[in-house]
Write a protein that binds this ligand. Structure first.
Ligand code: NAD
Ligand code: UGA
Length: 458
């Protein structure tokens, strides 16, 4: 079959896989290939069990795979063939050398740039899909144009705003698509070419264009703003617990102001996920590099509150359970960083589990999609940790339950049955405020929500 355009994506992860599946689904005239150095990941993309769980993803991949969507490890061939190359490799926090623990680790991104330079034999549009520090496009351009061949590379920034668990909906109906380009003729032409692809299914007024640096920076700032809202409401939970105010009521009253809005005001054990922390650290690092220490400290506060919130949760458990958790069995309901994903990267459940093990609690971990990742995350820890998907089996004989992830299934359990099977007195710590606290109290549980008065029988 002859395709109108050939698109390549380097990096078959949580972003590369779903975004390219959506482009292939909406643009049947485009050939979309996703390549990765990770052979196992590519094998999974080509199998019946995809490497990531995302509602609606299976259907789209299965409808397009082999038609105009291809997963492959042939990076060289992919680069040669494509007119447009998306770069969607990982950009984790750097763990060594200058900027360790703060700056973005750009080694994967740079290797990709060099691969493109080595194999390209015609002009290409290069699209930064990964989240990168502002001004990275300049470095990309310098690498790509460092040899004196005649090939022209036009670098665009097109950050991704999808959230895991809702990726397909976010890709199908995004609030906006952002495309940053240079203001040169070639830059604008390349930008328009990308606009046309998205315009196949996204209303044009939602496709926003900007200069390339604004686009790169907007992505970091968007994540920082979202995380800041969560830290803001989580900071208020501590005050609510001291004053008998109820954080859900406060969030509702505050969020009804149309200037504030009601989203991202759900109190929790803290935000997780692969990006919020790393992107804020990256923003903080950039500010410091430019000598903007006050701005850096301001954003650093968002992370400080997040760490405080996780620690506070464990201290609440400890205080409620008579200041010792040693030898007590604690069941964690959920391990994923949010519902509807099997992803556990930076999940608050990881640090809470580690802290509970330090207190010598025995853990039973339950999650409908994330147990495999949980096993890897807690590998090598000294302590008793068991994994059971069934929440009834998992909570059997436990002293306490702690909700880590807001999976719908935990709302509808038969809590009378759960209560009868637990050691007494039985405790519930609802780290997501998803359960019916009054009803649980009536059943006999001692209930500790986040940012609300505890309901105890003592
Ligand atoms: P990921 O780790 O799931 O996937 C990245 C993939 O790139 C990996 O499979 C890795 O093997 C591959 N890779 C690395 N170097 C390569 C190379 N030289 N050649 C070929 N493949 C290579 O990461 P992700 O979650 O998809 O995130 C990718 C980027 O998108 C990051 O910058 C992230 O900040 C950003 N982002 C992520 C999300 C999200 O929800 N996960 C949302 C928006 C933006
Ligand atoms: C987030 C952003 O929402 C996306 O726009 C962005 O593209 C993405 O990061 C990224 O750059 O990686 P994601 O991390 O997948 O998406 O999920 P979110 O829904 O933002 O949740 C992040 C964390 O915050 C989760 O742990 C979630 O439970 C927590 N959260 C969210 C709260 O504690 N309270 C809330 O009100 C909302």
């Amino acid at each position: 079959m002859k395709f109108e355009k050939s698109i390549l994506c380097i990096g078959a992860g949580y972003v590369g896989g779903p975004t390219m599946a959506m482009i292939a689904h909406k643009c049947p005239d485009c050939k979309v290939t996703v390549v990765d150095i990770d052979k196992e990941r590519i094998r999974q993309w080509n199998s019946d069990v995809l490497p990531i769980y995302e509602p609606g993803l299976d259907e789209i991949v299965k409808a397009t795979r082999g038609r105009n969507l291809f997963f492959s490890t042939e990076i060289e061939k992919g680069i040669k063939e494509a007119e447009i190359i998306f770069v969607s490799v990982n950009t984790p926090t750097k763990l060594f050398g200058a900027g360790a623990g703060m700056a973005a680790d750009l080694q994967y991104w740079e290797k990709t740039a060099r691969q493109i330079k080595r194999y390209a034999d015609a002009d290409k549009i290069i699209v930064e899909k990964s989240t990168l520090p502002v001004k990275t496009a300049l470095a990309m351009e310098r690498i790509l144009t460092s040899s004196d061949n005649e090939i022209h590379f036009e670098v665009l920034s097109n950050p991704e705003f999808l959230a895991e668990g809702t990726a397909i909906k976010d890709l199908e109906e995004p609030d906006r698509v952002l495309i940053g380009s240079k203001e040169t003729d070639r830059g604008v032409r390349a930008r328009d070419e990308l606009v046309e692809i998205y315009a196949t299914w996204i209303p044009r007024e939602r496709i926003v264009t900007s200069n390339i640096w604004s686009s790169e920076l907007s992505k970091l700032v968007a994540n920082a703003f979202l995380a800041q809202r969560i830290s803001s409401i989580n900071s208020v939970t501590a005050l609510c617990e001291k004053t008998d105010a109820d954080v859900t009521e406060v969030a509702r009253a505050v969020g009804m102001d149309s200037r504030v809005g009601n989203k991202f005001l759900k109190a929790s054990i803290g935000f997780g996920g692969s990006c919020f922390k790393k992107d804020i650290l990256n923003l903080v690092y950039l500010c410091r590099q430019y000598g903007l220490d006050e701005v850096a400290s301001y954003w650093e506060g968002v992370i400080r509150i997040n760490e405080y919130q996780k620690d506070r949760f464990v201290l609440t458990m400890l205080g409620a359970m008579f200041n010792t958790l040693a030898g007590k069995r604690v069941c964690l309901f959920g391990f994923a960083f949010k519902a509807d994903t099997g992803d556990t990267r930076e999940s608050p459940a990881i640090s809470i589990a580690k802290r509970l093990i330090e207190e010598r609690a025995e853990l039973v971990i339950s999650d409908p999609k994330a147990l495999k990742n949980a096993v890897k995350d807690l590998e090598g820890l000294d302590g008793t940790v068991r994994y059971m998907e069934d929440p009834y089996e998992a909570s059997y004989g436990c002293d306490a339950l702690a909700v880590m992830t807001e999976w719908g299934l935990y709302k509808d359990l038969d809590y009378e049955r759960v209560y009868r099977s637990m050691a007494q007195p039985a405790f519930i710590f609802d780290g997501r405020n998803i359960l019916d606290h009054k009803r649980l109290f009536e059943i006999g549980f001692n209930v500790f929500p986040i940012g609300k008065p505890a309901l105890t029988h003592f």
